[in-house]
Every structure is written in C-alpha cells, then in structure tokens.
Design a binder for this molecule. Structure first.
Ligand SMILES: [Zn+2]
Ligand SMILES: [Zn+2]
Length: 384
C-alpha cells in the first residue's frame, strides 16, 4: 500500500465526526433505517461502489480479484430517550443511538471513502456491509440471506467499547460475546379450592421447585471453569387468595460462550421440568428459542488484526468477554473473522456511561482510529 491509512483517516477525522453527529441526531430503530441507509448509499454510489440493497441494509463492493474481505457496520438505534445535553442530541423523542452504531456507520463510511480513493492499489474485492437491526432484530441473518457473505474470505467488524480506554483497539481470540436464548414455560396442574389442595394439582409449589432447580444448572451441571447464565425473570400464576390456579407461566434468558454449554442448559431445563412435573402429576410446556449464537473470533484473524495494528502503530490490547450478545456472531459462523472493540471511555470528557444508558456517548476524537484500522485490514488482507 502506497499510503498511510492512519494519516489519511486523521485527515478526514472531522468529516467522520460530522457524519456521526448527523446519524446521532436522526436515530432510526431496527429495520426502519431509511434515512441512514439513503445517506450511506448516496455516498457509496458517488465513490463508485456497486450497490445491492437488502431492505434497509446495503451490500457495497469495490475492486476485483481472487480474495474478498468484508467489513461490517450496524446502523440501528434504540428506543431510549437521550439525556445528554449536547449540540448533536437526538432530535427524535424516545429514540437514541445509545450503543454507538452511529459511530460504526460513520467509521465505515470514512473507510469507504479512503478505500475508493485508492482503488487502483486494491488487489482484491472489498465488501462493505451496512446492516439493519442489530439490537434484537438479527439483521445479520437478513444480510446473509441477501448474499452478504457470498465469495467472502474473511470478515471484520468494530464495536465502540466503553470498557476500554479511548483509542485502544481491543482484540480477543475465541469467544468475545455470549450466545443468548429465551425460554417460555408453563406448568399445568389442576385448579381448585384453596382449602382443598388434595383435590388439585397445585402448580405453584411445582413452579417454585423448578425455579430453584434451574439454579443448579450453572452451579452443578456446567463444568466450573466454563460459564453460563440461567435467569428466570418472570413467574406468573393465580389471581385470587382462595383459588389454586390451573397453570403457572414463567420465562427467562440463558447465556453461554460455548455451543455445547448452550445445549447442556437447554437439555437440563427439559429434564428438570420433566422430572419435577412427573413427580407431582403435573404437565409442562417449554419453548426455547436460541436468539444469537456466541461471537467467536477466529484466532488466526485476531492474530492478523494484531499484526496490522502493530504495523501501523495503532495501540491495541486484550478486551474482556461479556455476557451481552451481538449478531455479528452469525457472520462468524459462516466465515473466519474477528469482531474488534474500539475503546471510547474518556473520564476527563465525562464519557463513562455504559452502552444502552440514556447518557451514553462516544469519544469522537478516536473514531478515525477505527476507520484507519478498517482500511489497513482491507489492504493488508488483500495483499497477503
Ligand atoms: Zn447495543
Ligand atoms: Zn451494539
């Protein structure tokens, strides 16, 4: 590569910030990213990308060659009322970019501009994926169905990260974010008079026993050095003081890093419910939905990212795993790659509030680093 991606990204730093502020002022929820995607598409067309639309998502290609590297940004905001008093405060009541996806879109747009300016030096294809609905909408799945990964050899994505100091790139091998699932269950007994329990099958003590037994899945069934979460977050049964209800409903979430742990949790929930309800002559229903698999970085690609950061003098370090989930996981199930973090925590500027907090903000002065890294990853990958 005959140019320095870091100084090029720095040169357009204020442009990246102005895009970010514009997106921040006009947040759109999952699958409603009409304005955001229109602006992204206009720029990409102007810079010579070929565009494929997948709803409000965009797949944009530039360059030709044997290898293809994909870079991904998410565009959706959250249903949160912003509490920051800043000139670029959200103009839409009840909606806010409180996870930093505005920054992801702006960083990748910056990378798109620089890559296009140097397209003659590209030795392969760069594919940009601007996806909708990361927040619980699994927009990544829609993009994959729309062909986003066809011909792709590796994929990288960035998330701005409050747990890292500003400007540090967080790189991790293996599991980074957890897999997440939800369960909905029902214990079905036989209702009756509160004074005649012997004529009923009371689902309430059965539900209580089940909730307690679920707590033993993590503590007694998962190998102690592994990790998982089983949280029953809602239990509901009965309405009157003197009536034993027919049913108790419950729901909750489970989290895991290894697919086999996720499977074990699901199997044990079924076995526990099966055994306890049988013992008490009740029945049960249980539906389990695995929402997002764990986000597992390919070690080889994480190493490649470290090598690239090192080469261009970008500061990088370890990033701690979290039990949160991210739909980037779906891309990593199909192709090798790594999900990277960009530190944005800056105590001096008061940028300390966690993701999804109404006072969440990002340290805009380091966004060019994400852009520089994306450009460097693309050119280095294609010239290897
Ligand atoms: Zn989020
Ligand atoms: Zn996010």
């Amino acid at each position: 590569m005959n140019f320095d991606p870091v100084s090029e990204a720095k040169r357009i730093g204020s442009l990246i910030v102005s895009w970010r502020r514009d997106f921040h002022m006009h947040p759109e929820l999952g699958y409603e990213e009409e304005r955001t995607s229109r602006i992204v598409e206009e720029h990409l067309r102007e810079w010579g990308y070929s565009i494929k639309r997948v709803g409000t998502g965009i797949i944009a290609d530039i360059g030709e060659g044997e290898k293809t590297i994909a870079l991904r940004a998410d565009m959706d905001a959250l249903p949160i009322q912003e509490e920051n008093e800043v000139p670029y405060k959200s103009k839409v009541p009840g909606k806010m970019h409180a996870c930093g996806h505005d920054a992801h879109t702006a960083m990748l747009l910056g990378a798109a501009k620089i890559i296009a300016e140097h397209r003659d030096e590209l030795k392969g294809r760069v594919r940009l994926i601007f996806q909708p609905a990361e927040e619980g909408g699994n927009g990544a799945v829609k993009m994959i169905e729309g062909g986003a990964l066809e011909g792709v050899d590796a994929i990288f994505g960035f998330h701005v990260w409050m747990d890292l100091p500003s400007g540090i790139i967080g790189i991790r091998d293996g599991p980074f974010l957890a897999g997440a699932g939800i369960f909905n269950g029902k214990i079905i007994g036989k209702g009756g008079h509160g004074a005649s329990p012997h004529e009923t099958v009371d689902p309430i003590p059965i539900a209580a026993e089940t909730v307690l037994a679920f707590q033993t899945i993590v503590s007694r069934n998962i190998e102690p050095i592994e990790t998982g979460v089983v949280s029953v977050t809602s239990v509901h049964g009965g309405t009157a003081f003197n009536v034993i209800p027919e049913e108790v409903e419950f729901k909750g979430t489970f989290r895991f890093f290894k697919p086999e742990v996720g499977e074990l949790i699901q199997m044990r929930m079924r076995e526990i419910l099966d055994g306890i309800t049988k013992a008490h002559r009740a029945r049960y229903e249980l539906s389990i939905e695995e929402l997002t698999p764990p986000t597992i970085n390919t070690k080889e690609m994480a190493d490649f990212a470290r090598k690239v950061a090192e080469k261009y003098g970008l500061k990088y370090g370890e990033v701690r795993p979290t039990m949160g989930a991210e739909d980037f996981a779906f891309y990593l199930q199909k192709v090798p790659g790594a999900f990277l973090a960009l530190g944005i925590r800056n105590e001096e500027k008061g940028i300390i509030y966690p993701h999804h907090h109404p006072k969440f903000d990002v340290d805009e002065d380091v966004l060019y680093i994400g852009t520089a890294m994306e450009v460097a990853l693309a050119f280095e990958f294609l010239s290897e």
